[in-house]
Design a protein around this ligand. Structure first.
Ligand SMILES: NC(=O)C1=CN([C@@H]2O[C@H](COP(=O)(O)OP(=O)(O)OC[C@H]3O[C@@H](n4cnc5c(N)ncnc54)[C@H](OP(=O)(O)O)[C@@H]3O)[C@@H](O)[C@H]2O)C=CC1
Ligand SMILES: CC(=O)N[C@@H](CCC(=O)OP(=O)(O)O)C(=O)O
Length: 398
């Protein structure tokens, strides 16, 4: 631990190789294949270890939900972050282990209602609350806190878009201006310097990761992008809903939110940022009889003269050195089972039978890279730590 602390302070540890490249004037390092900025916020004497009083004290708001529990599971393997505050709504006053017995071995504080939360003992929070409730809560938090918000409340830069797609007024437009969209591999530099990160939705993560590099390189057309996406039921949260009963979900699949899903503007915002022009997508999500996992199958038109091999090669180059993104060997089909429980995103490109079109398949675990894993990746960067800390679990298969 001590050597890791020293390594962080000096910008070097056993897994870390100094890279020769420079990024926006700051030197970057490669850590197990992942480029990050060197630790900026931490002086040697400030580097915190989990066992010392100087560890990073983390609050999990909405700890009794699925993404909150997943944060706690991941933090169990983090060398510096530990949980000092947990909140719940209906489950306030309960112990975490009574709500999530699979994590009963963790030594954790009891969950309290947000109104009773004491933030004096907290350096950073993961906000795992339903969208719509988060804006007012974050507005009231101490400004010194680093915040990663997993809800959709700060993802759309245009307040009008938020109000249109979420059907309610935005309650913290001043904070929206400050929020950084936390699709880590695309906005890493900005995330490093952020105080408030809007963590992306799971569908938008699995869609933007393959499409953004291809659009930036003008390899695919901006029209006729068709996205067929499928999610495990945990994507809908833990709250009881008739539509999520076993009897409704098992032994079948169904589409929902056809043409109206609230992730449409988030996906289009990201693709427009990549292209600097208008992009409209056809997006149809489906609910699958599985607890976790997400697949986006994306049909695209290639630019004139471009082949599916070019798309594959470009994605390989774009994500070379990225720890959590893998472009599989040609012909290999990504499976949700192969990323289950991990922060990995696997993708591949296939030729369509229709000339000029290609099919891209991208899989993630909706609760990890699609939510809590990416949130931890972001907080690591915001605090100047290697982004992979706490995220090196291998996928759980079968
Ligand atoms: N599930 C997923 O795959 C993903 C989810 N997200 C987003 O992350 C956020 C959390 O999702 P998830 O964990 O699935 O949701 P859950 O429904 O499983 O959990 C919601 C949490 O918020 C608490 N809560 C509910 N209402 C209030 C309120 N009015 N005030 C304070 N706390 C409240 C709940 O407490 P209690 O249970 O005690 O009532 C619970 O702890 C959501 O915004 C979701 O959209 C983002 C990406 C993926
Ligand atoms: C299966 C299911 O219901 N999924 C959720 C998306 C979950 C997620 O990633 O996104 P947010 O953070 O934007 O809620 C939905 O379709 O609304």
């Amino acid at each position: 631990m001590r050597s890791l602390a020293l390594g962080l302070a000096l910008g070097y540890d056993g897994n870390l190789q100094k890279a020769s490249r420079r990024s926006k004037g700051r030197r970057s390092w490669i850590i197990r294949g992942s480029a990050i900025s060197p630790p900026r916020n931490l002086q040697f004497e400030e580097v915190r270890t989990k066992s010392s009083a100087k560890a990073v004290r983390v609050g999990v708001l909405g700890a009794s939900g699925y993404t909150g529990a997943e944060i706690v599971r991941l933090l169990a393997n983090h060398p510096h972050f530990f949980v000092t505050l947990m909140t719940a709504d209906r489950r306030a006053g309960h112990s975490f282990g009574s709500v999530f017995p699979h994590l009963i071995t963790q030594n954790l504080p009891d969950m309290v209602a947000i109104k009773d939360a004491d933030f004096s003992n907290v350096d950073a929070v993961f906000c795992c609350l339903p969208h719509g409730t988060t804006q007012e809560i974050i507005k009231g938090l101490p400004t010194a806190l680093k915040i990663v918000d997993l809800s959709a409340d700060f993802r759309l830069r245009n307040i009008g878009d938020y109000e249109e797609w979420y059907g309610q007024p935005h309650k913290a437009p001043e904070l929206q201006k400050e929020a950084i969209y936390g699709l880590t591999e695309v906005w890493r530099e900005e995330v490093c310097n952020a105080r408030l990160v809007a963590n992306p939705g799971c569908y938008p993560t699995s869609i933007q990761l393959p499409l953004v590099p291809l659009i930036k390189a003008h390899l695919i057309g901006l029209k006729n992008i068709i996205i067929d996406a499928k999610s495990g039921v945990s994507g809908a949260g833990r709250g009881a809903k008739e539509g999520n009963l076993f009897t409704e979900i098992s032994e079948g699949i169904h589409a929902y939110g056809i043409t109206k899903h609230r992730h449409v503007p988030e996906i289009e915002q990201g693709l427009q940022d990549a292209s600097n022009s208008e992009v409209t997508v056809s997006f149809t999500p489906h609910l699958m009889p599985m607890s976790r996992g997400m697949q986006s199958t994306i049909y695209v038109e290639m630019s004139a003269g471009v082949t599916h091999d070019d798309l594959h090669q470009h994605l390989r180059t774009a994500y070379e050195g990225e720890e959590f993104i893998r472009v599989l060997d040609k012909g290999s089909v990504p499976h949700t089972q192969h990323v289950r429980g991990s922060n990995y995103c696997f993708m591949n490109v296939f030729p369509d039978r229709i000339t000029g079109r290609a099919i891209i398949i991208c899989v993630i675990d909706n609760l990890v890279k699609g939510a809590s894993g990416q949130a931890l990746q972001n907080l690591n960067l915001m605090l100047g730590y290697p982004e992979n800390l706490g995220l090196q679990q291998q996928p759980l298969f079968p």
